[in-house]
Design a protein around this ligand. Structure first.
Ligand code: NDP
Length: 327
């Protein structure tokens, strides 16, 4: 076995705060837990918030919210799983930036044969997020126009394809002409790279002055106003991330004044909180993958030990599609 290790942040900070910690002894799974030998780890923007302290943890803290791998040890009281099973895990307390992660057995996802470990690590958290946004929050119907920010990114590029598959009209926004080209290739009816200041005017022009039925906004502070200004009467504002910083407060009366808008600020944990929900989300996601409706691009691969570089690339808007870390 090559040397086991995990990455930690002793205290909140920039990418340089990430430190390598050797695991002289492998962590042991407790009751109801399994140990996973990770083979591919998903990089997610939430990892940046945990590292920076925007979403505070108890420090020193592990990092990482998603991994795929193989079960290599079982604690007591675990049924339904065996050593060697291929699984994905999300949101494990100790973090997934590690050669070995401890996860609750009842919260694992079994991986189908046609979803390899790299694809799983690139897809589970972001794909379930797309499912949550589209089917649970905005409840998008065929024919509706939807604005997707960071549409060439991890969640965004899956959401664009998912929306296209259910017959929505996607207006995708991205930060550069090159990324906008990708967004178009993913199936967006319109792919824009206009500054946020003029984005809403373009969206209104493209929708005959009506606006979009929903805005899926993980960019946050910088795109918030453009999203609000782009919404149709009774449109759904789904603010789900803070890549550019957290959004400012809004008064309920402002939603009324803008045409009875609906506002939601979801977090995936609340949509995969029980086995039925996890099963439903995974089934929908795996169906999208196996039908070919959603193809996940692994735009970047980094060695796990180089996670700080991966964070720098993500924060500098230099990534497209999903990024994985390889232990
Ligand atoms: P992305 O791959 O989408 O990367 C973030 C993208 O945001 C960048 O590529 C960039 O795209 C855009 N962006 C715009 N402004 C900035 C800025 N100032 N700094 C950095 N990025 C900026 O990341 P993920 O797919 O991992 O996550 C997307 C969003 O979804 C994040 O906000 C994340 O927190 C959120 N999320 C929320 C979940 C939830 O449960 N609520 C679950 C999963 C993800 P461009 O250059 O094209 O604008």
């Amino acid at each position: 076995m090559s040397a086991a290790f995990r990455l930690i942040v002793p205290a909140p900070g920039g990418p340089e705060a990430i430190e390598r910690e050797a695991l002289d002894k492998l962590p042991e799974p407790g009751a109801g837990e399994v140990r996973i030998r990770t083979t591919a780890i998903g990089l997610n923007y939430i990892d940046v918030y945990h590292r920076s302290g925007l979403y505070p943890r108890s420090y020193p803290s592990g990092l990482g919210s998603e991994a795929a791998g193989v079960i290599d040890a079982l604690g007591s009281d675990v049924s339904g799983w065996a050593a060697g099973d291929r699984v994905a895990c999300l949101f494990v307390p100790g973090g997934t930036y590690a050669t070995h992660a401890i996860a609750r057995a009842d919260a694992l996802f079994a991986l189908p044969d046609d979803v390899d470990d790299a694809l799983a690590a690139a897809t589970m958290l972001k794909g379930l997020t797309a499912w949550m946004l589209i089917e649970k929050c905005a409840r998008v119907a065929a024919g509706q126009a939807v604005l997707v920010h960071a549409a060439a990114g991890g969640v965004g590029s899956i959401a664009v394809q998912w929306l296209k598959a259910i017959g929505a009209v996607v207006i995708g926004h991205a930060g550069s002409p090159e990324k906008a080209k990708r967004v178009h290739a993913l199936g967006a009816a319109h792919a824009l790279f206009t500054p946020f200041e003029t984005l809403a005017a373009e969206v209104l022009a493209l929708t005959g002055g009506v606006g979009v039925a929903a805005a899926l906004d993980g960019v946050g502070k910088d795109s918030w106003q453009a999203s609000l200004d782009s919404l149709a009467r009774r449109g759904v504002m789904v603010t789900y991330g803070n890549a550019s910083g957290p959004v400012p407060p809004i008064a309920p009366l402002e939603l009324s004044r803008r045409g009875s808008l609906m506002l939601t600020r979801p977090t995936l944990g609340d949509f995969v909180a029980n086995p039925q929900e996890r099963k439903e989300g995974a089934q929908r996601l795996f169906a999208m993958l196996s039908s070919g409706a959603v193809k996940v691009e692994i735009g970047q691969r980094f060695a796990l030990a180089d996670a700080a570089e991966a964070h720098r690339a993500l924060e500098a808007r230099r990534t497209t599609g999903s990024t994985i870390l390889l232990p």
